[in-house]
Design a protein around this ligand. Sequence first.
Ligand code: SF4
Length: 149
Amino acid sequence: MLSQKTRYAIRAMQHLADCHGQGPVQLAEIAEKQNIPVKFLTVILSELTRFGLVESQRGRDGGYWLALSPIDITYGDLIRIMRGSLALVPCASRFAHEKCKNCVEEGECRTRALMLDVRDHTARLLDSRRLSDRIEPVPAFTDEDFSAS
Ligand code: SF4
């Protein structure tokens, strides 16, 4: 699964994409609207600035804004920059590769082959979706949804 940090980064970037072209957005606004702890958000925004996705300005009228147009930022890039793994198992991750305990030979493991396929499909999908894309929220799961699965 994506780390909490990566999920916060995605929400912060979506917020900045929604405000694109409207000037700097204050950190407090992003923190409040996206329910992200201020300390955590400060670190995330400084990382995103370092990677050239966000620009900032200090001072009373300062804040943060996207350094690129939302159409030029894919979810795949964003997740990779935050070092988020797209794989369901660590041995299928290209960025955070790890073997589990009691691993059989990686090159002979069918589970890993399947999970690599899942990872590659996920990467293709996330590389095709951009911050400018309209994404409709999906209703929260109900108790019936949980009992059906
Ligand atoms: S046993 Fe298979 S799935 Fe588990 S770490 Fe090794 S290669 Fe990956």
